[in-house]
Design a protein around this ligand. Sequence first.
Ligand SMILES: Cc1ncc(C[n+]2csc(CCOP(=O)(O)OP(=O)(O)O)c2C)c(N)n1
Length: 317
Amino acid sequence: MTDNTSMTDALLLEGYKRMIKIRRFEQLVESLYTEGRIKGTLHLSVGQEAIGAGVGLALQQSDILLLSHRPDHYIIGRDIPFTEVLTEFIYGTGGQMHFFSTAHGIYGSYSIVGSQLPIATGIALANEYQHTPRGIFCTFGDGTTTEGIFHETMNLAALKSVPIVYLCENNQYAQSTSVKVHSANTALAQKVSAMYGIQSAKIDGNDIMAVYDAVSTAKEYITTEKKPYFIEMATFRHSGHSINDKDQSYKSEGEEYYWEQKDPLKMAQKQLQMRKLLREDTELKIEAEINKEIHVALESLAKDKEAYTKLANSSNE
Ligand SMILES: Cc1ncc(C[n+]2csc(CCOP(=O)(O)OP(=O)(O)O)c2C)c(N)n1
C-alpha cells in the first residue's frame, strides 16, 4: 500500500466517511428486509465499499453511472440521501435492481446481467455525436465478462471509438461460481486489451486511493482520446450473493481470512493513520452523523407508510 495518490487529505477523509456510510446502509437495508419491509431480494456490497466511495469521489456531478444488480455502494458512494434510496427500495416500483435517479446521474441499475452494457455504450455514443461533455461509467461483475452481450459491446465500443469507462468489479465470484471456474482466462483486463485493443488497468479495488486514481485517469483518457477504457478492480464481497445466500460454503476459510485482512475500511484507516488524519473522535463523529441520517430516513419512511396505507385503503373502497 503506497501513498502517491492525487487524493487530498480532505478527499481521503470524505472517502472514509462514505465507506462507513455504505457499510451502515447495507446493515440497515438488511434489517429492513428481515423485518419484511423490503420485498423481493437484495444484493449487498459489503467488502466493496472502496469502489463505491472512490468512484463517487472521482466523478463529477454531470457524469453518468449505469449499474448492475449490486448497486448500493455506488448509490451511497455518490452521496444520495438514505431517505431517497430507501423510499425507492420500500415503496418504489423498481426497488434496488431498477433504481433510477437522473437528478444524481444514476441512469438505472439493471437486473438482467450485462443489459446495462449496450445501453451505457449507446448513451456514450449519443453523447459523442451531440458533443455533450459528460463521462459515462458502466459497472458490472467478473461473471458478466463471460456473457455474449459483454463481447458484443466491447467490439462495438472499440470499433466505434466510444468514450466510456467500463468498471469491472472482480469480486471473485458470480453467484457461487469462482472466477477460476467460469473464466478461461482470469486476467480480465489483459484479455479485453488483447482481444479488442481497449486500454485497460488492473487495480486493487479495496484501496480507495487506487480506485480514485484509476477512475480519474480513465476519465481523462476518454475525454482526450475519445476511446473506451476498462478497469478491473480486484475485491471480495463479504456478503452473500443475495440476501438469501447465508452459508456461503463455496468460499474457503483461507480466502475469507485473506480478504478480511484487506478489508477496505481497515486499509483506509491505515492510510489515514499514515497521514496522521485519524483522531480519536473521527469515527464517533462519522457514526453520529450517519445515525442522524438513518433517524431522518426512518421518520420519513414512517410518514410515507401512513400515506401509502391511506392510498391503498381509498382505492379498495
Ligand atoms: C442474463 C442473466 N443470466 C443470469 C442471471 C442470474 N444472475 C443474477 S446475478 C448473477 C451473477 C453475476 O455475477 P457477476 O457479474 O460477477 O456480478 P456480482 O454478482 O459478482 O456482482 C447471475 C448469474 C441474470 N440475472 N441475468
